[in-house]
Design a binder for this molecule. Structure first.
Ligand SMILES: Nc1ncnc2c1ncn2[C@@H]1O[C@H](COP(=O)(O)OP(=O)(O)OP(=O)(O)O)[C@@H](O)[C@H]1O
Ligand SMILES: [Mg+2]
Length: 372
């Protein structure tokens, strides 16, 4: 291992346990949820996909969010790519071998190939296309498909969310021998709401699981590398654990912290963490994020950073200080929605979370005044 950036934790057992769970309940997907930036996509890509391949599946990854307006289109696109990989031989030789020879020239010199073998065109209607693609891909690879739908909460956000989810559910149930599915979502509440909407198409369909964050393995690797760089110095595991919790278990932020410690040759985790929250580059980013917000929205954010319930009586009273009068609940709800759309907050149902833990520190230190 050469640098901090090469440090990674692999979780093959976790991947295998999910595959076992899926195999034990054909037709029923699992939905993994966890906050932003804790490593969901990384896990799908580097742990689950290889484990699935080893277990005899064809893994197919689709980021639903990339194509929010037409999520089935995003899924179909990913399946079509996989089907191409499975059926269109990549080398010229492979291509020649699959194409029947029409005519061999008299002296054997001119070989002409016939038409490429063609199948019936795929249906255009997205749900039928999904059904056909799953069947063809499973048949082409002679193995079932593991469909990994990242940012699956976006399914519910499309114009015809309920219709899309109903189609997906129907295909996953009908094709249960040919396809298993894993959903992941960044916005835990949105994914949970989608899966649990009583009477909705996904209700009691997928099995909801909390995706585990990285643990001491990751911290130990960081600390070991630190000690390799700084002979005779050690980082305290308990201090690293506390910092990791403070940073919302986001590995990239944790790595930045240890890199910072290493650059300074310091072992004082807490002091460096405090300094990171004051780091000018971070601060500039937060100022840019906060500057366009109204004083009311910024004040609300500060109260959320203080872990006050957003619609509580005391919160409303405090907000009256910027408003001059107690704001209506509707006004607070509208502000919460705005902050969610801006990507600053996640959550629903009274439980809102500021995504960036260092921004929380900044808000607690600086209050609601317009940033300079
Ligand atoms: N197992 C791991 N080992 C080392 N670093 C990791 C690991 N998992 C994630 N990371 C780091 O955390 C970063 C964020 O991971 P990832 O993009 O997978 O998170 P995510 O949960 O999918 O985030 P989002 O909600 O934004 O989609 C990665 O770029 C990587 O640097
Ligand atoms: Mg992701």
């Amino acid at each position: 291992m050469k640098t901090f950036d090469d440090i990674e934790v692999r979780r093959p057992e976790l991947a295998r346990s999910y595959l076992e769970l899926l195999k034990a309940q054909p037709g029923r997907p699992i939905a993994l949820f966890a906050p932003r930036r804790v490593g969901k996509t990384y896990f799908l890509d580097l742990d689950l996909a290889p484990a699935a391949r080893a277990a005899g599946f064809t893994p197919v990854y689709a980021d639903v969010w990339l194509h929010r307006a037409a999520p089935l289109g995003a899924i179909n696109h990913a399946l079509e790519e996989a089907l191409d990989d499975a059926t269109v031989p990549s080398s010229a030789v492979g291509k020649a071998a699959k194409t029947p020879v029409k005519k061999v020239g008299a002296v054997g010199a001119g070989i002409e190939f016939g038409e490429e073998p063609k199948r019936r065109a795929l249906p255009n209607e997205p749900a039928l296309r999904l059904d056909t693609l799953v069947a063809r891909l499973a048949a082409a690879g002679r193995r079932p498909v593991l469909l990994m739908l990242d940012e699956a909460q976006a399914l519910a956000e499309s114009a015809d969310g309920a219709g899309v989810m109903a189609s997906l559910r129907a295909v996953l149930q009908k094709r249960k021998r040919e396809v298993l599915a894993v959903f992941t979502g960044s916005s835990p509440d949105a994914l949970a709401a989608m899966m649990a909407a009583s009477g909705g198409p996904m209700y009691q369909f997928a099995q909801l699981l909390d995706f585990p964050v990285l643990g001491d393995d990751y911290l130990n690797l960081l600390a070991q590398h630190y000690s390799r760089v700084h002979k005779g110095k050690r980082l305290d595991l308990a201090a690293l654990q506390a910092a990791f919790a403070h940073l919302g278990y986001k590995p990239a932020l944790m790595k930045d912290l240890v890199k910072e410690l290493s650059a300074e040759g310091s072992t004082d985790v807490e002091a460096t963490l405090r300094r990171m929250a004051r780091d000018t580059n971070n601060v500039r980013g937060w100022q840019a994020l906060l500057a366009p917000l109204s004083l009311f929205d910024r004040h609300l954010l500060v109260l959320l950073a203080q872990r006050k319930p957003p619609i509580g009586q005391n919160t409303l009273k405090e907000l009256a200080r910027t408003e001059g009068k107690v704001p209506t609940v509707a006004k607070v709800r509208a502000a919460l929605e705005r902050l969610k759309r801006a990507g600053i907050l996640s959550g629903a149902g009274g439980d809102y979370l500021i995504e960036d833990p260092l921004l929380v520190d900044y808000l607690l230190a600086n209050g609601a005044d317009r940033p300079p």
